[in-house]
Design a protein around this ligand. Structure first.
Ligand SMILES: Nc1ncnc2c1ncn2[C@@H]1O[C@H](COP(=O)(O)OP(=O)(O)OP(=O)(O)O)[C@@H](O)[C@H]1O
Length: 913
């Protein structure tokens, strides 16, 4: 700073002639100072990311190098890998380090214990090399800490429509002064706490350092601007007074000053981008981790999985837009806003103080008067940028979702030849977006009307009118005011200067006035520029408010999605390996429809249950409740009683299920992740986890059948044909000869769901179920492997293989809960649960009713009712008899059909003749 004040003194208008050695010294010192600052910034700013991750990377590398049991035995130290090696190494996706990340602190009986997770390092291929990127996970502590901040975000007073609203035309846009909106400031504060996480242990993070360096350069730029203004005045003074040597000196200084000025500008931009990326990483990472984190459970026996990514879909539309475009826009907005706000504010303060010196009290008052007028005018014409940005982001999300849907369902659409229809749908979404964007930019003649009233329906949002006013005010009004202000000292204060007297004295006075005019004019122009930037920043804040509101709502909804209601515990039940449903009402979430009423079930290992009933009666709904995706409804209390029962006393049904390692679901629609065929079987395990559990595949002879390798059950489930088929049909990513495991096949540039047939997908699904229950190995003395809920997951499998699959699963000690409409599957089960459905009585679910006169059958009659019956040989006989009767009835109709065929033949012959 000493150097700057020296420089300032040298170039100040009151300073006399510059002495050469001093000016040279000052210039050299200044350049040296900036270079040192730059070097420091490079050290602090650029490799900071690397420095921060170095510890993790080093640890991960040490683990990798020393880990002799690293999968496939690949030498990770190799600098460059061949494509084959690379793809083989990449199959494991990440490596696990020995050290653990601190997670949530749990309080157990013995005191506090840490719920820790191992650190993971992603293997990222880049230019045929393997890069190790440590996965930074948001700590559970931060997720818990931020909950109260998101929960307390007030309802926005700026916007009358919520972010979940889909129709922009119904959204009434209020004239926004979002700057002072409590919802905006609170959400901004909350998100900034995530972007700049500061704990007692680690108060300064990389983001803080980046911000500090950025601030340093912003201050430097303001200083440099003042120097440039002063130098400008000095050069013109020397020119007017025909001082050639002074002019040359000034020009030299000008070039010297240009070096730090340009470098400073570049650094500001660079640091802003780096800061933007860091903020995006922090906030995006937090929201993504929260999105994928499990929610809290109401009580210890609650089976709710609290999967936020599942639950939130029912609460918000276009979740991907929030997580991608909105987070990016917010990060860029915040990092840009800091510079756009900080620099002009600094400029305004510094330039005003500099100007005030030469303008005097009167000029300073006039200067502030100009500020006040400008703010009044621009505030009056500022449209609701926040709301406009928010609606734009939503429409963008809808258009994007439409594109995603078409990509996902392309085959189905192609079968239906639905291209034209899809085009209409997408065009509609696009036009809605474009219409809105056009509205924002629309030039309207009704400027006055638009200025006074912003209405989304009228389509009169006029960004252009705003920008016109802004330009007029900042460029022309301020310049005119500037001339007036400069005139003050010239015409009044210093006008008393010598106009008569010796010639050199008059010339010196004119030169001094010119210098003062040029310096002040440059300062005023810079001031106008700073004012303009501040106004732009105001507009940016309004736009940022829109995205901030969306992210606030998203975070709040994520936290709400993870909440599970308090559920009552089962008294005196200590058998962990059983399924109990007690007085459970099941209904569609968010609606009054009760699908299954008062369901009570108690299943022990070996109680294979089949759930049946017509379409839409709620069979899958039961699976969802067992899986913890849906919560049972609160008990229905009707009539006068309802008013007397306090909220806390409402009895909720009890659902007790074994832990997730003992219970596996095979849903109706198969899911196929990216990866090899093996990845399809072992999902959600990774290759690393699989290899840790399995006996190395290479060390086993191909004929060995063991539960630890997929081939063990591949034969039983008729899966073993798939790899061979695909080996022949698909181009493999890497040579099979180098790896005897035929399961390493991957479809090239295609997804498994497009490659596998319907039946193959279902077989893979069952294979995944068997792997999931076998992978934990035998627990001591435990014959029962666990529970499998199969939701019509064999409907496309041929009946012979289907029967084999069921028998194989049962032989492994798996208890089956099957949702199916196929009576042929009854023989594999012991219990039959028949559902009536919400609008149906028993007779409506013809074909699935419990055999008449079945003893010991539990049931609830009427709509939402059900019947639970034990299946035995008599039942199978009964079912077969029913099937036989049905077929015989159909056969009886054959006579009639034959008669009709004869009639038609006769008619045809008559026509031909
Ligand atoms: N997320 C949801 N939102 C609204 N309604 C739903 C939702 N999921 C299911 N339903 C409705 O709940 C009812 C029961 O659905 P469910 O999937 O349990 O039927 P199902 O008995 O398994 O039928 P199917 O034999 O056709 O598979 C259906 O009417 C369905 O439309």
């Amino acid at each position: 700073m000493a150097i700057f004040s020296k420089f300032l003194r040298l170039t100040s208008p009151t300073h006399g002639r510059l002495r050469q050695p001093q000016s040279l010294q000052a210039t050299i010192s200044l350049i040296a100072f900036v270079v040192v600052l730059l070097l420091r910034t490079r050290v602090v700013g650029l490799p900071l990311e690397a420095l921060e991750g170095t510890r993790n990377i080093l640890k991960s590398l040490v683990t990798i190098f020393t880990n002799s049991s690293s999968p496939n035995g690949y030498n990770f130290m190799k600098k460059q890998l061949s494509p084959v090696e690379l793809s083989m190494v990449l199959q494991q996706l990440y490596v696990v380090s020995d050290d653990e990340e601190s997670g949530k602190e749990k309080v157990d009986g013995k005191g506090k214990s840490r719920d820790t997770e191992p650190r993971k390092t992603l293997l990222v291929p880049y230019q045929n090399r393997l890069h190790h990127v440590p996965i930074r996970r948001t700590s559970q502590e931060l997720i818990d800490r931020m909950e109260k901040h998101f929960a307390s975000i007030p309802e926005s007073s700026t916007y009358s429509s919520s972010a979940a609203s889909t129709d922009p035309n119904t959204a009434k846009v209020k004239k926004s002064k979002a700057l002072f909106d409590p919802a905006f400031t609170h959400t901004l504060y909350t998100l900034l706490r995530i972007a700049f996480p500061s704990t007692l242990k680690r108060p300064i993070t990389t983001e803080h350092l980046l911000l500090l360096t950025h601030t340093g350069f912003l201050i430097l730029r303001t200083y440099l601007s003042v120097l440039v203004a002063r130098l400008d005045g000095r050069i013109v003074r020397d020119l007017v007074s025909a001082n050639g040597w002074g002019f040359m000196q000034g020009l030299g200084l000008w070039f010297a000053l240009a070096v730090p000025s340009t470098i400073t500008n570049v650094m500001i931009k660079h640091l802003q981008s780096v800061l933007g990326v860091r903020i995006r990483g922090r906030v995006g990472g937090f929201l993504q981790d929260l999105y994928l984190a499990r929610g809290g459970s109401g009580s210890s026996n609650s089976n709710s999985k609290g999967m936020r990514f599942y639950t939130v879909q029912g609460r918000l539309e276009g979740v991907d837009q929030y997580l991608t475009a909105d987070v990016e826009a917010w990060a860029e907005g915040v990092s840009g806003l800091y510079g756009n706000l900080m620099k002009p504010t600094l400029d305004m303060v510094l330039f005003t103080s500099q100007l005030a010196k030469s303008l005097g009290a009167r000029g300073t008052v006039l200067l502030f008067g100009t500020y006040w007028c400008t703010i009044r005018i621009l505030r009056a014409v500022t449209p609701a940028f926040g709301k406009l940005a928010s609606v734009e982001a939503r429409l963008e999300g809808e258009y994007r979702a439409g594109m995603g849907r078409l990509g996902r369902e392309s085959e189905e659409v192609a079968f239906y030849d639905g291209g034209a229809r899809e085009k209409d749908i997408l065009t509609k979404a696009y036009l809605r977006l474009i219409k809105h964007v056009n509205n924002i930019y629309k030039a309207s003649l009704y400027t006055r009307c638009a200025i006074s009233r912003i209405d989304a329906n009228a389509g009169l949002q006029i960004r252009i009118a705003y920008e016109w006013t802004e330009d007029y005010v900042i460029k022309y009004l301020w310049s005119a005011a500037g001339y007036g202000l400069i005139a003050v000292p010239l015409l009044f204060t210093r006008a008393t200067g010598p106009s008569i007297g010796p010639k050199p004295k008059i010339q010196a006075a004119i030169a001094s006035r010119t210098e003062s005019y040029i310096s002040n004019r440059r300062l005023l122009l810079s001031l106008a520029d700073a004012g303009g930037r501040l106004m732009y920043a105001y507009k940016d804040i309004l736009e940022l408010a829109g995205v901030t509101e969306r992210l606030g709502i998203f975070g709040k909804e994520l936290y709400l999605s993870g909440q599970a209601p308090e559920r009552p515990q089962l008294e005196g039940e200590d058998d962990e390996d059983c399924i109990i449903l007690q007085n459970v009402d099941i209904g569609i979430p968010g609606s009054d429809t009760v699908l299954v009423k008062d369901l009570s079930l108690r299943l022990k290992p070996g109680d294979h249950l089949m759930i049946t009933g017509s379409n839409g009666v709620g069979k899958t709904a039961i699976a969802r409740v067992l899986g913890g995706l849906w919560d049972p409804l609160d008990a229905q209390i009707e009539g006068d009683e309802a008013a007397d029962v306090p909220e806390a006393k409402i009895i909720r049904g009890v659902v007790k299920v074994p832990g997730s390692d003992r219970m596996v679901f095979v849903p109706q629609r198969a899911y196929h992740p990216q990866g090899t065929l093996l990845d399809q079987i072992i999902y959600p395990d990774t290759y690393v986890e699989f290899t840790e559990r399995a006996i190395p595949l290479e060390s086993q002879p191909p004929s060995t059948v063991s539960p630890d390798r997929p081939d063990a059950f591949a034969f039983e489930l008729d899966l073993d044909r798939i790899p061979h088929k695909h080996y022949l049909r698909l181009r493999l990513q890497y040579a099979i000869s180098s790896n005897p495991c035929i399961w390493d096949t991957s479809p090239n540039a295609k997804e498994w769901r497009d490659v596998l047939s319907g039946g193959e997908k279902q077989r893979v699904g069952v294979g995944r179920m068997v792997y999931s229950l076998l992978k934990n190995g035998d627990k001591e003395g435990q014959k029962h492997r666990g529970w499998a809920v199969l939701d019509e997951c064999t409907s496309a499998v041929s009946s012979d293989v289907e029967g084999r699959m069921y028998e194989y699963a049962k032989s492994l000690g798996i208890t089956l809960i099957t949702v199916s409409l196929r009576p042929s599957l009854m023989k594999h089960h012991k219990l039959l649960l028949t559902l009536n459905g919400p609008g149906g009585a028993e007779d409506e679910s013809e074909g699935y009713t419990t055999p008449d006169g079945q003893e010991g059958a539990d049931s609830v009659p009427g709509p939402g009712g059900w019947t639970l019956a034990r299946l035995d040989s008599s039942t199978y006989q009964h079912t077969q008899k029913r099937e036989e009767e049905e077929l015989e009835e159909r056969l009886r109709e054959v006579e009639g059909w034959e008669k009709r065929v004869k009639e038609l033949d006769a008619l045809l012959r008559a026509v031909e003749e």
